[in-house]
Each structure stands twice: as C-alpha cells, then as structure tokens.
Write a protein that binds this ligand. Sequence first.
Ligand SMILES: C[S@@+](CC[C@H](N)C(=O)[O-])C[C@H]1O[C@@H](n2cnc3c(N)ncnc32)[C@H](O)[C@@H]1O
Length: 398
Amino acid sequence: MYEITLIATTTFGLEMVVKHELLALGFEHLKVSEGKIEFAAAFGDIPRVNLWLRCADRVLLLMGEFPAVTFEELFEKTKALPWENIITKDGKFDVDGKAVKSTLGSIRACQSIVKKAVVERLKEKYHQDWFEETGPEFTIQISMLKDVATLTIDTSGAGLHKRGYRETGGEAPLKETLAAGLVMLSFWDADRILIDPMCGSGTILIEATMIARRIAPGLHRTFAAEKWPVIAKNYWNEARLAARQAIIPLQKPQIYGYDIDAKSIETAGNNAKIAGVAEDIHFAQKDVKDLWIDKQYGIVISNPPYGVRLADFKEINEIYIALNKTFKKKLGWSVYILTADELFPNYFKRARPDRVRKLYNGNIKVNYYQYYGERPDNTRIPLNPNDLHHDGSELTGY
Ligand SMILES: C[S@@+](CC[C@H](N)C(=O)[O-])C[C@H]1O[C@@H](n2cnc3c(N)ncnc32)[C@H](O)[C@@H]1O
C-alpha cells in the first residue's frame, strides 16, 4: 500500500544508478530528475530503503509541494500540511533549505517562515504553546525551485555515505556513495579480478566487496527515523534481520588494493576490518609504476591523485604513463578512472574512452573515463543500461 512519497537525493550524475537500486528493491513508478528520484512507498519501507541504498545521499519524506511567491502564501500552505502526523509533541525540528531561481530568494527568511508555520500548526493540534524539542529529530527541508516550494522531512539523519566503517580518511578519500556508484557503473562482479592501484583508504574496494557480499551499507549505523513513532519498531528490526541474513561469503575473492603510501594501506586495512570485509581484500604497499599484471582479464577502478602544484604534475604524468604502459596490451582489462584532469585520455592511449561520465566528487567536477576490455569470447561488452540520461537517451561518449 502506498501511503507516502519518498525522495532519494543523489549527487549529480548518479541518478540512474539510484533508480536501478530502487527498481531492484521493488519500487516502481519512479520519477527521476536532477539530483533526486521520487517514488511511492509505505512508512514500513523507510528502514529498508535507508539500509540498502548505496549511492543515494539521503531519503526524504515528501510533505508537500506547492507554488509560493509570497511569504504569506508560503506560511499558509505550510501550515495546512499535516505535520502532526509525523512530528511528535516533543520532536526537535530544525529547518534547512535552499532556493534556486525563485521570487522568495532569501532562504533564511523561508526557513524561519516554515518553522513558524509548523509551530502554529502543532500548537493548534497539540493544544500546547511551548515545544521543548527534546525528543526525536525531524529535520525539515524547504527547497524553493522556480517558485515551487518542496517540503520534506529527512528520514536518514547523517548522510547515507556515513556507513560507519571509515576510521580515518587517507589523502582525499572518496565519498562512500560515489565509490559505490563507480563500482555499479562498471561491469565488475565477484567472478572477476578487481584492482585499485591507488586505493588510498580503500573506499572503492570496500564498497565493491560489500556489494558482492550483499552487505547492506547501512547495517552498522542508525537513522533519524528510527526514533519516529510513526514507523513501528518491528519494521526496523525485521529490515535489519533480513539484511544480516542476506550476507553471503565470497568463494574466491580476487580484490586487490595498492598504494605507494604505507599509512594509507594501514588505514585501508583498518577500514576493511570495521566494514567486515578484511578477509576478502588483499592490500599491499606498491608504487603503480611497479604494478605487474599477469592475468588476461580483469577490472581496474581507481581515482589517481590530481595535482595543484607544478611538482605534482610530473609525478602525475608518470602515473598516467605507468598505467598506459601496463594496460596498453592488456585488452582484456576494463579500466575505469575517475579524475578531474581532462588530460588523462591524452596519456592513456590504449583507445579513446568508450564512455565519459560527468560526476561530482564533492564540489569538484570530475570525469569517469571508462575503457571497456574485451571479454574472453572476444566480443566487446554491450552498453550498460546505466549509461543513459534520465530521459533514456545514451550519454555521449568520447
Ligand atoms: C585521490 S587518492 C585516492 C583516494 C581513494 N580512492 C580513497 O577513497 O581513499 C590518490 C591516492 O594515490 C596514491 N598514490 C600517489 N602516487 C602513487 C603511486 N605512484 N603509486 C601508487 N599510489 C599512489 C596516494 O597515496 C593516494 O592515496
């Protein structure tokens, strides 16, 4: 039974991956737009979605959506929404927000109007004048886009990239949600070798192993909505139990992480241990220039350093040259490289990239260069269904 609309928010470029994740979780009628996927659900789905989505940033509960060009309109329409159905008498509710291309451009003013409207509504419904706000968290978000207000409550709490396994980051660690996205956009599966030769804190490989072992990314953390009375406790317990039962072992793990920096390798090992996948990944200190591949087929997913100082560029060029030398004749290897450096394809000369996907690593615009390897039967790998725009058209390659 559909009772609510949920919104999974994503980093720009990962919308189709999250759409596929939601389809795999059994949701239909997904509405995909830039940075978000809207879908019909029931309250009892909130635990499962939070536990299992690997590439979404957050899961928001949609409370209402309406045009608003005056503060009065925003106030009245916000007050008309049934906040008391979700927010408890003792609930703590802050209001976050963003405004893009809207008459009500001052987001701080919008936030304070929304807060006032919700307080007024709750005063009337709960017959109380003062709210201590000592109970569960209900973070409200107002998003103003082209004069349309979207009001949501955040079910996730901390962003979903916070899986709980990252002890410390190495140099510029990738967000876990993005790392999972890189793996899901590749053709890797557990029967194939996977190498990250510049693995830093190991995020890509840890996420890959969690995917292969069906470890729910949120298994070791809590979520804001866990304290909401509107979702019965047993939904959380059942979702967690099912997630624990879903875990499978890897029969023959072939996952390798290398880095020139010994400290990074130590961190990667510790992170893998906390994530429960240390047995599956082999980490070792190694310079990418010494990488030696003797297998015919496999997959590389990596994000090399990108430099800001002149001295860095020489080192980075050497890394590219080393990658090119290692893989130029290894046509059975697929190579996936995430970098902000648009010169990368000039150095990696095996072929032009089969696909270039634009993504964001935090606020940095990056490209995900995808070079598909040949399969054992010598056929090229067909188009990945994820390589499509929201509207279904193919992304332009190189
Ligand atoms: C952008 S970071 C990778 C971050 C990683 N994806 C993570 O999530 O933690 C680049 C990594 O390349 C490593 N590196 C730099 N030069 C290298 C080389 N010549 N051989 C191997 N690793 C190198 C750095 O130590 C750093 O950990």
